[in-house]
Design a protein around this ligand. Structure first.
Ligand SMILES: [Zn+2]
Length: 331
């Protein structure tokens, strides 16, 4: 089985974005040093809108020049060391300004669908260019910000025009509909790779695009109760490295998670890594055994999750092929 460890490389998007050092640079270095130990390469979906915005403001604000240098140095180094750099888009950066002290996030256009067809084309083109500038012509895969990839209509044209043909956003059973998010991933093809054309959920043989979905399982209410308690009481091991605040979970999502089994992505974040091995075992038993994709965020790493990742690598690196989208799929 190919195993892809994928990280959404980004700040936080609520009132506090967090610092680039604590929310991106340090946890990424912690992750790669564990991966290096096993000679494993990681996949980074880089929030390119952040780069574009930093570039826009860096000549005006010395702090942002510093942040820009830190982040672009790290992305170049990751790529030079064989880690994969691919495209992640949070289009609300288009509406985000810097006030001299911090980012003023406006997430009213959180989904790319709030932008017109022309604007979508422009955003995808500029954001991909920002990555290509740093790592060369190696960017061909995409993950939608906050899983919001539907409807695919305008994205289809924009991604195609930019030769981005692989998507790794979907996960079986995923569903969210609230003031910022919308996605509905029920009834995906029962595969770990398929081709598609106009709708990522519908397989089309010889379609231009390919989907490599994020692996998933179902998680019990007890998991979320434990998770909440650990975050509240068990201080150090479960404290996240990032120093910002997230966006997007609302009361009704919590209620559902606390009352029934709900679909959840294979994840290396925080306490979620506790069900990663179980999820892999399920894929070994029941899937086509081609690809297993786990996701995570540098900002959400904890001492507990980093230990867990070390163990996951130690237990699996001789049995499976830890790899990158570039290595397996680049044509
Ligand atoms: Zn993201």
């Amino acid at each position: 089985m190919n195993i892809f460890i994928t990280l959404d490389y980004e700040l936080f998007f609520a009132d506090f974005s967090g610092s680039v050092e604590n929310s991106i640079i340090r946890p990424t270095n912690a992750l790669t040093s564990i991966a290096d130990h096993f000679m494993i390469k990681l996949n980074f979906f880089v929030d390119a809108g952040y780069l574009v915005r930093l570039k826009h403001y860096k000549d005006r604000y010395p702090q942002l020049q510093k942040d820009y240098d830190l982040i672009t140095d790290q992305i170049r180094t990751l790529s030079q060391n064989g880690h994969d750099i691919q495209l992640h888009i949070h289009p609300h950066w288009e509406d985000t300004d810097y006030d001299g002290t911090q980012w003023q996030m406006d997430t009213s256009r959180y989904r790319i669908h709030a932008f017109s067809k022309e604007e979508t084309m422009d955003i995808v083109t500029r954001y991909k260019e920002a990555l290509t500038e740093l790592v060369g012509d190696r960017v061909f895969a995409y993950r939608a910000g906050g899983w919001c990839i539907q409807p695919f209509t305008h994205l289809k044209e924009a991604l195609k025009a930019n030769k981005i043909w692989l998507d790794s956003t979907l996960y079986e059973g995923g569903y969210k509909k609230n003031s910022t998010h919308y996605f509905d991933f029920h009834n995906l093809p029962k595969k770990t790779f398929w081709r598609f054309e106009s709708d990522p959920l519908i397989e089309v043989k010889n379609g231009y695009f390919a989907e490599v979905p994020i692996s998933s399982t179902t998680v019990s209410p007890l998991f979320y109760i434990r998770y909440a308690l650990l975050r509240k009481f068990a201080k150090d091991a479960h404290r996240i490295m990032g120093d910002g605040k997230g966006v997007g979970r609302e009361g009704k999502d919590n209620l559902e998670m606390l009352t029934k089994f709900t679909p959840a992505v294979a994840s290396i974040d925080g306490y979620r890594i506790s069900y990663l091995q179980r999820t892999l075992n399920e894929y070994i038993k029941y899937s086509d055994k081609e690809n297993f994709v786990a996701m995570g965020h540098p900002k959400a790493q904890t001492p507990y999750s980093l230990n867990g990742l070390h163990k996951f690598f130690a237990d699996n690196h001789t049995k499976h092929h830890f790899t990158t989208y570039f290595e397996v799929f680049h044509e």
